[in-house]
Design a protein around this ligand. Structure first.
Ligand SMILES: *[C@@H]1O[C@H](CO)[C@@H](O)[C@H](O)[C@H]1NC(C)=O
Length: 279
């Protein structure tokens, strides 16, 4: 931990690095090892069919179940995605141009995001034509604790949302074949993030030397959280997109697509625009 703290990323705006992490579905990515992919359907997956009329309902339930189990911990995923609740993020690289929103420049090292397990999947709509997904999710509460560096001192920051966070995610995929299985190749992830109230708490911002200034900075941030968030939205979204892309891309390489959708066509059938059930 200490080691990490001294390993700070370059100075950037405090909020640009922090707010983003609220919405992050994801992870410190590590090397995959011996586990290749699931050769049998894992118990944390509920299968659906493209042909079923209530596909959206089925895939919504399926995703909710999967998220719960994955956050609890799937042994085969552990080496690939690590723990998700709490989610520990290290050395976040985050670029924000025009950091005028907050004139405190800091480096942020380790962040702990809690309560991702409370995510609720409102809808998971599978597009039958191109196998992309449109997700709607809600997070009732997120708490985040981060260490950051200011004037050479290591400080603690906590943030929490006080109303729901809503995220809409578009996931684009291609299909590819491997060993006779069809897999998803996640090609694009786009998030739209809407937060409810956001509140910050610093610990000893000026080493306790200037409580008044500390309080006034906090009050400014907390009263104007929406403006801060809007300024930082583009870069926040970019980082969340990157992190969720990495996570989903990796997970999809571990799970043959037919465990999600039993009647998914092969890439060849798909390119010829034939669904197996209509043959
Ligand atoms: C997945 O998609 C990327 C970008 O579209 C491509 O470069 C890569 O080769 C694809 N992987 C497979 C296994 O098809």
């Amino acid at each position: 931990m200490q080691q990490q703290i001294y390993h700070l990323v370059s100075s950037n705006a405090l909020y640009s690095k922090i707010i983003v992490l609220f919405f992050v579905l994801m992870c410190v990515v590590k090397r995959s090892n011996s586990f290749d992919y699931f050769k049998e359907k894992p118990s944390f997956i509920k299968s659906c069919k493209l042909s079923q009329p209530d596909l959206t309902k089925c895939s919504t339930e399926a995703l909710q179940k999967m998220i719960k189990e994955v956050i609890k911990g799937v042994p085969e995923f552990r080496d690939v995605i690590g723990s998700l609740d709490p989610l520990v993020l290290k050395d976040i690289a985050f670029k924000q141009d025009g950091a005028e929103a907050v004139n405190i420049l800091i480096g942020l090292s380790t962040l702990i995001v809690k309560d991702l397990s409370k995510v609720q999947v409102l809808e998971n709509r599978v597009q039958r034509n191109d196998f992309s997904f449109l997700l709607k999710m809600r997070m009732p509460e997120l708490r985040l604790t981060g260490h950051y560096k200011l004037d050479g001192r290591i400080l603690l920051l906590s943030l929490k949302t006080e109303e729901d966070v809503h995220i809409t995610t578009l996931i684009k995929t291609d299909l590819f074949a491997r060993d006779g299985y069809t897999f998803y190749n996640v090609t694009k992830v786009q998030n739209d993030i809407n937060i409810g109230k956001l509140q910050a708490q610093f610990d000893n911002l000026f080493g306790g030397r200037n409580k008044e200034l500390e309080q006034s900075i906090l009050t400014t941030i907390n009263e104007n959280w929406r403006e801060f968030f809007e300024v930082l939205r583009p870069s926040t979204t970019t980082v969340v997109d990157q992190i969720t892309f990495d996570l989903l891309h990796k997970i999809c390489l571990l799970i043959p697509a037919k465990y999600f959708l039993e009647d998914i066509p092969t890439p060849k059938q798909s390119h010829e625009n034939i669904s197996p059930n209509t043959l």
